[in-house]
Design a binder for this molecule. Structure first.
Ligand SMILES: [Zn+2]
Length: 221
């Protein structure tokens, strides 16, 4: 399965008909947050593939079209927050938002609030594991895990609870955004236990094999 993953920034190179060439063979679009709904709708409409997304801290509860129509999300997309979806045989789940840095504001969570969301998702993942023998393949998040691809400030600090989720449920991938990457040398892919953590900013096309793969960390010298 090939996925167009997008996050945090409207890329002009994708927001025009050349998307049909660039992403002609993708099977799904995954949105990691902080993107306007019109952009996500454009991608799913042009590519005619399913869109699964989570909200980022800069997303609006309501976005208005040029005609004044209110949108609470990209039309035709599936909000993954706290949910599990089966996509082409792969299990995909999502967790929206960033750490809370303002007393008000949507899609921001304290660590305690995120633990609550993670435990609720963990309950659902446990049921899938017990009764359907299916395990999590991809976790789509906006924020990174604590200590992986984090920024230096509080706003761009990751969630500790994501580390726990990776240790217990061993997803193959965790895709996130939130931390903008400006240096080509900056690390955007990190292996944590059995999970490949990938900072999507601002977009990547990833080939996700249907088989479960395990990665052996390089032997220490
Ligand atoms: Zn963000």
């Amino acid at each position: 399965m090939k996925a167009l993953c997008v996050s945090d920034k409207v890329v002009n190179g994708l927001y025009n008909p050349s998307i049909l060439t660039i992403a002609r063979d993708v099977d799904i679009v995954l949105g990691c947050g902080d993107l306007p709904y019109y952009y996500l709708e454009y991608l799913l409409t042009m590519l005619n593939v399913p869109l699964y997304y989570v909200h980022g801290n800069h997303d609006s509860e309501v976005e208005y079209t040029p005609n004044g129509e209110p949108l609470t999300g990209p039309g035709g997309g599936t909000n993954l927050d706290g949910r599990i979806c089966m996509v082409n045989g792969l299990m995909v789940a999502g967790l929206e938002g960033s750490v809370r840095y303002k007393s008000e504001g949507s899609f921001q969570y304290t660590e305690a609030e995120m633990w609550h969301k993670v435990f609720r998702l963990a309950g659902k993942l446990t049921l899938y594991r017990l009764f359907k023998k299916q395990t999590l393949d991809i976790l789509v998040a906006h924020s990174p895990p604590l200590g992986i691809h984090n920024g230096r400030d509080h706003v761009h600090r990751g969630f500790n609870s994501f580390l726990w989720l990776m240790r217990v449920f061993k997803p193959r991938y965790l895709f996130h955004g939130h931390h903008h990457v400006y240096m080509r040398t900056e690390q955007t892919v990190t292996l944590y236990r059995q999970t490949i953590v990938n900072n999507i900013y601002p977009w990547k096309i990833l080939d996700i094999a249907a088989e479960r793969m395990y990665f052996q960390p390089a032997a220490s010298p």
